[in-house]
Design a protein around this ligand. Sequence first.
Ligand code: DQA
Length: 139
Amino acid sequence: MIYVLNGPNLNRLGTREPDIYGKTTYQDLVDMCQTVADDLGASVTIRQTNAEHEMLEWLHAAADEGADVVLNPGAWTHYNIAIRDACAMLRGKLIEVHISNVHQREEFRHHSVISAVATGVIAGLGIDGYRLALEHICR
Ligand code: DQA
């Protein structure tokens, strides 16, 4: 099982700052990830939460399973050490994905506390970043 996990505010895709995040809705993102996984013959579970404890529980379960994770931690990227510590427990691959190019944006988005424990990072390619992450994991 591959987990695609999305953090806070990503359920608002489509209406949230469309100039930055595009007009694709969260449901479109879910459908795209499912289609990509089906084409790759992979099993995927796609989730979003605004609650830190829920994300931590999902990461713990992925760690226990040794599963690969595609994670867009949203704003948690920049400050959440508990999420980072849970990411450090993962035994499979961890691909950190950002829809926007965080390095082109405000200074506080330039640093990720997650990247040092990630296998790799994709930023600025829109929702295509999720497809690339899934393809990499399945390669
Ligand atoms: C984001 C970038 C973060 O800085 C921001 O807080 C988000 C989304 C992205 O996908 O570009 O919520 O992770």
